[in-house]
Write a protein that binds this ligand. Structure first.
Ligand code: HEC
Length: 684
C-alpha cells in the first residue's frame, strides 16, 4: 500500500475521531498499547466502529480484540464482508475497511508451517479404518445422541477417571475458540480448528498429524464420520460458517465435495450434519438475528431447515423447512419494510430414529413477526421427504432479535408476543428406558427438560430444573446412561430470588428417565474461581423440588403497553449503537455449565465456561476428578504456544484410553484458548 495514502487516511481518521466524544474503545486502546498504537490506520477504524462491542465482550458476547487479532486474514475478511459482522461493517468506507482488514490479523498469512514438523512418522501416518473401532462417529457419539461411551469404547473405566494426568497437549494457531467436537476411529482423532478453517487427522497416541484439510471458509460445526459405501469413500463431514457442507476423504484429507445448504445468504451450519442411509442430514442455522439490530435493516427473511444431501455426490435430495417463506408484512416505525415469518433456525444436531424413519430437530425463536407454531419446537422430519410428521412447540410466540434489548424498530410488533429467546439450542436425544419404551428428550434454554412420545410428539413428562435465560438453561446438550438423564444448566450466576426452586442456577441435574424427577444435583461454587471455601458436593433435593412440571406451550403473559424508547443515536457510532445487545450483569465467576456432557462408563464428564473440567460418578454425583483447563500450556507437542480457556459447545470425547478435552471459547466474555488436552490414567 502507498505510504502516502496510509498517512492521509490516518490523518483523516485522527481528525474525525478527535471531533467525537471519547468512547470506551479509545480508552481501552491503552491496554493493547504495547504494540502498534495508532501507527497503523486500521487501529483507528477499529476504535471507531468495533471497540464498543469487542472491548466489552462480557456484555456484548463478542470475542475480545486480542482474540479476534489471532484470526487469520481470510476469517476476518469473511466475517466483515459476508459473515456475522457484515452489518457492523456495512457503513465503514471501503478504504477504511481495507485498512482494518490489513491491520487486524497479527500474523501474516495462514500459519501452517508447524504441520510439517508435527507430521507423524511414516509407520503411524496411515489412517487405518479397516477393523478399527468406531469409537465416536458424530456429535451425539451415535445417531441417537445419547452421548454415552462404554469403558470398552473409551478404553477408560469410571475407576480410572479418578486419577488422570495430562499426557500431551496440541495447540492450534490462529484459533481462539474450540467449538467443534472431534470424532475418533481407531487411533485417529479427526479434529477441526474452526476459526482457521483447518481440519486435522491426528494420531490419538502422540498428537502427530496424519493429514490436514484447508477450507477457504471458516469452519463451524462438530464433525461426523461416514462409512465408505459402494459409491463413496469413508468421509469426514462438517459444516462451515457460510452454510456449506464439506465431505473430506477420511483416509487422505482430500476434498470429495462441498455443497451449498443455504436457503439464502443468512444461513450457516452450527449443529453437526449427521449421516444415515447414504444421506447427509444437515441442520441449518442463520445469522440474521444479529442484522436485525440495525433499524434500517429489512428484518427478516431467514429460516432454519434440515437438508438432506446424497453422501456420494453431495447432491441435494430434499429440504425440510421450518415455515413458509417470508413475505413483506408491515412498515416498522422508522418506515423500513419488515418481513416475516422468519427464524426457527436449527442450531442443534438432528437425531436419527431409523425405526420411525424420522430425524428430530430442535428450533429457535422466531426472529420477526408473525410468530409460527414451529419456533422453540421439536420437529420430527420424515427421512424420505423432509415433510414434518409432528411438531411439539414448547414456547409460543417467542419473537426475538438483537433489537429487542432496547425495543429497536425491528422489535416492535402488534399483538401478544414475548421475547425470552428460549431456543432448543441443545441437541435432543432418542432414549430407551428400562422398560423398553422410548422417549425424545430435549433441554431448552428456558431450563425445562421435555420428554416426548417419539410416535406423535405428545408430552410424557417435563421438569423445570433451571431458571433459564437467553443464554441459560440447557445450552448445547444432554447425555443419558440408560437410567439417568444428565442435564447441565448454563443459568446466569446470580443469587436466587425468594421462593425460587433452589435447584436453579448454574449446575447439573441427574433426572430419572422414567419419572423425570431429579435424583441428584450439583452446583459449582466460587471455589472454582479461587475463593477459599469448601468444595461443593452433590445432593438430592427435598421431594417438593424434585420435579416442577410445565405444560406446553408456554404462552406470553399479556403485555402492558410501554412507549418505545427513542432510537439510540447521538455520539455513539451508528453501527454499534444500532445493534448493541442489551447489557447483561457481569459474572465475575463463570459457573455456567454450557457444554453438552459426555458419559464414559459410569462417569459423567462436564465443564464450565470458566474452564473447569469436572467428572462425576453417574449414580451419585460424587466428584471423581477435576482440573482447571483455563491455564497456559507452554509445552505442546507441536511447538505452538498453548492456552486453555472456557469449556463450551462439546469439548470432550474419549477413545483409545484417553480423554480428549478442548479448551478455549472466545464468546460471551469467556476466556479464549486453543488447546487439545489428552488426559490419561496416571502411570503407577
Ligand atoms: C454490536 C456489537 C459488535 C460490533 C459493533 C462489532 N462486532 Fe464483531 N462480533 C460481535 C459478536 C457478538 C461476535 C461473536 C459472533 C459469534 O458468536 O459468532 C463478533 C465476532 C467478530 C469476529 C469473529 C468472527 C468469527 O468468525 O469468528 C470478528 C473478526 C469481528 N467480530 C470483527 C469485528 C470488526 C472488525 C468490527 C468493526 C467493524 C466489529 N466486529 C464490530 C459483536 C460486534
Amino acid at each position: 500500500m502507498a505510504t502516502g495514502r496510509a498517512l492521509a487516511l490516518a490523518l483523516a481518521i485522527g481528525l474525525t475521531a478527535a471531533g467525537c466524544a471519547p468512547r470506551p474503545g479509545q480508552m481501552a486502546s491503552a491496554e493493547h498499547g504495547a504494540e502498534t498504537v495508532a501507527e497503523h490506520p486500521g487501529k483507528a477504524v477499529y476504535d471507531q466502529w468495533c471497540s464498543s462491542c469487542h472491548d466489552d465482550g462480557g456484555k456484548s458476547g463478542a470475542p475480545s480484540l486480542a482474540a479476534i487479532r489471532q484470526l487469520n486474514r481470510a476469517t476476518v475478511k469473511y466475517a466483515l464482508e459476508l459473515g456475522y459482522m457484515k452489518i457492523q461493517a456495512k457503513d465503514v468506507p471501503a478504504d477504511d475497511l481495507a485498512q482494518l482488514i490489513d491491520w487486524m490479523p497479527t500474523s501474516e498469512g495462514s500459519n501452517d508451517t508447524w504441520i510439517d514438523a508435527a507430521r507423524c512418522p511414516i509407520k503411524s501416518r496411515e489412517v487405518r479404518l479397516d477393523g478399527a473401532p468406531r469409537t465416536s462417529t458424530t456429535f451425539g457419539v451415535t445417531n441417537d445422541a445419547n452421548r454415552a461411551q462404554t469403558a470398552e469404547q473409551a478404553g477408560l473405566s469410571r475407576e480410572q477417571m479418578k486419577d488422570l494426568d495430562v499426557a500431551w497437549v496440541v495447540a492450534f494457531p490462529q484459533t481462539p475458540t474450540m467449538r467443534s467436537q472431534p470424532v475418533i476411529v481407531g487411533d485417529t482423532l479427526f479434529i477441526a480448528a474452526t476459526d482457521s478453517g483447518r481440519l486435522y487427522a491426528l494420531d490419538t497416541n502422540t498428537g502427530c498429524v496424519k493429514w490436514h484439510y484447508v477450507s477457504e471458509m471458516t469452519l463451524r460445526s462438530s464433525i461426523t464420520f461416514a462409512e465408505a459405501t459402494d459409491n463413496s469413500p469413508a468421509a469426514i463431514i462438517m459444516g462451515d460458517a457460510a452454510g456449506f457442507v464439506h465431505a473430506v476423504n477420511a483416509k487422505t484429507g482430500g476434498k470429495i465435495w462441498v455443497s451449498n445448504a443455504r436457503l439464502n445468504e443468512y444461513n450457516r451450519i452450527t449443529g453437526a450434519p449427521v449421516v444415515h442411509d447414504g444421506m447427509v442430514i444437515t441442520p441449518v442455522s442463520a445469522i440474521e438475528v444479529n442484522y436485525a439490530g440495525a433499524d434500517d435493516y429489512e428484518c427478516c427473511k431467514g429460516q432454519g431447515a434440515v437438508i438432506a444431501f446424497d453422501l456420494a455426490t453431495g447432491k441435494k435430495l430434499w429440504t425440510g423447512t421450518t415455515m413458509d417463506e417470508a413475505k413483506p408484512t408491515r412498515l416498522g416505525r422508522t418506515g423500513t419494510q419488515q418481513w416475516g415469518p422468519s427464524g426457527a433456525i436449527i442450531w442443534s444436531t438432528p437425531v436419527i430414529d431409523p425405526k420411525r424413519n424420522v430425524a428430530y430437530a430442535g428450533t429457535g425463536e422466531n426472529v420477526s413477526w408473525p410468530a409460527t407454531d414451529t419456533s422453540d419446537a421439536i420437529i420430527a422430519y420424515d427421512l424420505d421427504t423432509g415433510d414434518k410428521r409432528w411438531v411439539f412447540q414448547a414456547t409460543n410466540a417467542d419473537i426475538w432479535n438483537y433489537a429487542c434489548g432496547r425495543r429497536g424498530a425491528n422489535c416492535d410488533w402488534p399483538g401478544e408476543y414475548h421475547s425470552p429467546d428460549h431456543d432448543f439450542g441443545a441437541t435432543a436425544m432418542l432414549i430407551k428406558r428400562s422398560d423398553g419404551s422410548e422417549l425424545v428428550v430435549a433441554g431448552q434454554k428456558s431450563g425445562v427438560v421435555w420428554a416426548l412420545n417419539p410416535d406423535n410428539g405428545q408430552l410424557v413428562w417435563s421438569n423445570k430444573v433451571g431458571r433459564g435465560s437467553a443464554n441459560g438453561g440447557a445450552h448445547w446438550g444432554l447425555a443419558y446412561d440408560g437410567e439417568l438423564i444428565f442435564a447441565p444448566m448454563n443459568d446466569p450466576n446470580r443469587p436466587p430470588t425468594p421462593g425460587e426452586n433452589p435447584a436453579f442456577g448454574p449446575g447439573i441435574h441427574a433426572l430419572d428417565a422414567v419419572t423425570g424427577e431429579i435424583r441428584w444435583s450439583y452446583k459449582p461454587n466460587q471455589r472454582d474461581c479461587g475463593a477459599d471455601m469448601p468444595a461443593a458436593k452433590a445432593y438430592t433435593p427435598p421431594p417438593e423440588w424434585r420435579i416442577q412440571p410445565v405444560s406446553a406451550p408456554v404462552l406470553p403473559t399479556p403485555r402492558v403497553a410501554t412507549p418505545p424508547r427513542p432510537a439510540a443515536g447521538s455520539g455513539a457510532t451508528p453501527a454499534a449503537a444500532a445493534s448493541a445487545p442489551p447489557p447483561r450483569p457481569t459474572a465475575p465467576c463463570r459457573l455456567g455449565m454450557s457444554p453438552a456432557p459426555l458419559v464414559v462408563d459410569g462417569a459423567v464428564v462436564t465443564g464450565t465456561t470458566q474452564g473447569m473440567l469436572r467428572i462425576f460418578d453417574a449414580k451419585t454425583g460424587e466428584v471423581l476428578f477435576e482440573y482447571m483447563t483455563n491455564r497456559d500450556f507452554p509445552e505442546t507437542v507441536n511447538g505452538i504456544e498453548g492456552h486453555g480457556g472456557g469449556l463450551d459447545s462439546a469439548p470432550y470425547i474419549a477413545g483409545d484410553g484417553t480423554l480428549f478435552v478442548q479448551s478455549g471459547y472466545a464468546r460471551f466474555g469467556e476466556p479464549p484458548g486453543n488447546v487439545l488436552i489428552a488426559f490419561r490414567p496416571k502411570e503407577k
